[in-house]
Design a protein around this ligand. Structure first.
Ligand code: FES
Ligand code: FES
Length: 151
């Protein structure tokens, strides 16, 4: 089947089979490799994207379900070569080690800050509970979220 989906503000089309994930379509067919495929089971959050503004695991959404909808990936957060404040904060605070979890954490943090501009530590913990990081121990990630919120 042929899907039409708006990704980061531009309309794209792709031929997908019925069981194909949105993550696979984004990475392999539409040219958006920023969302990472780590578990492909909805466990790690590394594939997090916004679907019509709602945070989802792209590995759990069928490409067909995104037909006619709006997707924002980590690539879509920066504008005109300027990093999004969350991307900048992750970079400045050293919240990135291997970087595999980073795109998902950045999308989840950006979504959190739209809903709640001054989250408490508990609210940050809750919002990022679906995003696993094996490297950082999370302290630097919390620093990044606090810095982005402060800005
Ligand atoms: S790759 Fe989607 S949740 Fe892990
Ligand atoms: S920086 Fe390596 S998994 Fe988070």
């Amino acid at each position: 089947m042929r899907i039409t989906v708006r990704v980061n503000g531009e309309e794209h089309q792709a031929d997908c089979w019925e069981g194909e994930s949105l993550l696979f379509a984004l990475r392999e067919k539409l040219g958006f490799p920023g969302s990472k495929n780590a578990c492909e089971q909805g466990e790690c959050g590394s594939c997090s994207v916004l679907l019509d503004g709602t945070l989802v695991c792209a590995c759990l959404v069928l490409a067909a379900q995104a037909h006619g909808h709006e997707v924002v990936t980590v690539e879509g957060l920066s504008h005109d070569g300027e990093l999004h404040r969350v991307q900048q904060a992750f970079s400045e605070t050293g919240a990135v080690q291997c970087g595999f979890c980073t795109p998902g954490l950045i999308v989840a943090t950006a979504e959190l800050l739209v809903r709640n501009g001054a989250p408490s530590d508990d609210e940050i913990r809750e919002a990022l509970s679906g995003n696993l990081c094996r490297c950082t121990g999370y302290a630097k990630i919390f620093d990044a979220v606090r810095l982005a919120a402060a800005r």
